[in-house]
Ligand binder design. Structure first.
Ligand SMILES: [Ca+2]
Ligand SMILES: [Ca+2]
Ligand SMILES: [Ca+2]
Length: 304
């Protein structure tokens, strides 16, 4: 069975990322998510698979801009995009895809592209990497390349993007995911030193009204406090938001209304799940201070 191409990123191993964006890398050989973390290469290959972790891969086009995720490498049946398929390794500058990030002083910041797992959950959409020189080429995608100005010049986009204006059909489970956590999901490993309630901020690039929502969760659950993070102002530029749609009596919502409770010190999995296709996801922050508001690309990542 040939499934739609997925953002096939190997997610395991001891990857340290590709700090310099070197060329080369695997050729669709990192099927089980084991070893590509330090290399990473775009792969347009990938074919079929019949079972999870050993499937996918394929010929793959090595080289390219290096450190970039493959655009190919279709997931094998039953396999998530993060653990099957072609070559990859997130490879963006800095930490690799298996990194354990760390909260210090009530603050944690992570590049969207530094996820540990990328699971389509069977949806007809997936998260794809954009990087300098790397266009995932998943159509339709009516707006362009926004790597300029993106933190680390890399971001993820939920593609294809079929609902662009409000005249396009709303297809729940296809172009929009009303149920938080049901759509393509990204996971991030974070060690928290300080349990408690955190305000969640996301940096995104919205060009319209149908590409501007995402859900956030923790450890496999998506609490109502993390549903429908919404971007209204700051169109056509990289913008931070912490607003929950419909909070404070407005559709756009009020700042610092998206929160996640971290129940204990130690490692937790922070998750972001697609709400609207075409969402462009650059970076996220969790902050305990309600007065915190990020500027520019925000704080640097910190790994443990
Ligand atoms: Ca787009
Ligand atoms: Ca859309
Ligand atoms: Ca980024």
């Amino acid at each position: 069975m040939v499934l739609p191409v997925a953002l096939a990123l190997a997610c395991g191993g001891s990857g340290s990322g590709d700090a310099a964006g070197s060329t080369g890398g695997g050729a669709g050989s990192t099927n089980s998510g084991g070893s590509a973390g330090s290399g990473g290469s775009p792969s347009t290959g990938g074919s079929t698979g019949s079972g999870g972790s050993s499937a996918g891969g394929g010929a793959g086009v090595a080289g390219g801009t290096g450190g970039s995720a493959g655009t190919g490498g279709s997931a094998g049946t039953g396999g998530s995009a993060g653990s099957t398929g072609g070559a990859g390794g997130v490879g963006a500058a800095g930490p690799g895809s298996s990194s354990l990030f760390e909260e210090v002083g009530g603050l944690v910041a992570v590049e969207a592209e530094h996820f540990s797992a990328n699971d389509e959950q069977g949806a007809p959409r997936a998260w794809y990497l954009w990087a300098p020189g790397l266009d995932p080429m998943v159509m339709p995608d009516p707006d362009g390349d926004h790597t300029t100005g993106a933190s680390a010049q890399r971001y993820l986009e939920g593609l294809p993007d079929t609902r662009v204006t409000d005249s396009d059909p709303i297809q729940n489970g296809v172009s929009i995911y009303n149920t938080a956590g049901a759509g393509p999901k990204l996971s991030y490993r974070v060690h928290f030193n300080t349990p408690g309630t955190y305000y969640v901020w996301v940096r995104a690039y919205s060009t319209g009204g149908e590409d501007n929502g995402i859900h956030v969760g923790i450890d496999g659950s998506f609490p109502t406090s993390g549903e429908r993070l919404q971007f209204c102002s700051g169109k056509n530029m990289w913008t931070w938001s912490s607003a929950q749609r419909d909070s404070g009596g407005t559709a756009c919502g009020q700042p610092t209304t998206i929160t996640i409770d971290v129940p204990s010190a130690g490692e937790h999995t922070i998750e972001f799940a697609m709400r609207e296709d075409g969402f462009e996801f650059d970076k996220w922050i969790m902050a305990q201070d309600s007065g915190f508001a990020p500027n520019g690309a925000g704080p640097d990542e910190r790994t443990r």
